[in-house]
Design a protein around this ligand. Structure first.
Ligand code: SF4
Length: 199
């Protein structure tokens, strides 16, 4: 079971395959059980202790960043994620990033952004659409068209607790849509990055 994997100088941490979206471009569909030679489908979700053991086995201190990402939405396991993040922070000086769909407050039914304070260095939030209708068409959230407004609100709130909050879009979108997303990010006061599809 692949709990951790390396990409560049970062150690990626795969804690769940669950997600509230079903994005049309998701690498889970296109890469299946072969993501760069790795099968990121988990037989079961690893416990907090198992994840820590996996990081320690790799000597976590050699990495420039820990990234919660993997084949799913890490904030489906917000309680475990917070416990893990704090354990990592206590053991290593390494910055921690979460790659997220930004729906944690919907998932948890309350504002969980204060729980990110003190251990999350960066939040990379998938935006991928300029309006609620497009978002639902592309990302197919279980929350329907209310997802995008919740994502924008999550990002605004998270900025109080996390030093770096970035909206990302994948480069499969049209140039016009990418421009519109960049404007939306700017209006929200959140940094913006175009991400190469498949990473
Ligand atoms: S949010 Fe991420 S993991 Fe979830 S379906 Fe979309 S691309 Fe896949």
């Amino acid at each position: 079971m692949v709990i951790t994997y390396e990409l560049g100088k970062s150690l990626y941490i795969n804690i769940t395959n669950r997600c509230t979206n079903d994005c049309s471009f998701c690498v889970r569909s296109s890469a299946g059980d072969n993501f760069g030679g790795l099968n990121l489908w988990l037989e079961r979700e690893p416990t907090v202790d198992e994840v820590m053991e996996a990081v320690v086995r790799r000597d976590g201190s050699q990495y420039g960043e820990f990234v919660f990402c993997g084949y799913g939405e890490p904030m489906m396991r917000t309680d475990d994620l917070v416990a893990l993040g704090k354990a990592l922070k206590a053991r290593y000086a390494t910055p921690v990033r979460i790659n997220t769909n930004g729906q944690a407050n919907l998932i948890c039914g309350r504002d969980v952004t204060p729980r990110l304070a003190g251990w999350v260095s960066a939040l990379s939030i998938s935006l991928n659409a300029k309006n609620a209708q497009d978002y639902q068409k592309i990302c197919r959230s279980v929350y329907g068209e209310k997802a995008l407004a919740a994502i924008l609100d999550f990002a605004a709130k998270a900025k109080q607790y996390v030093p770096k909050v970035i909206f990302t879009v994948v480069d499969v979108l049209s140039e016009e849509d990418i421009r519109a997303c960049a404007e939306l990010a700017q209006r929200s006061g959140v940094d913006f990055r175009v991400r190469h599809w498949g990473r």
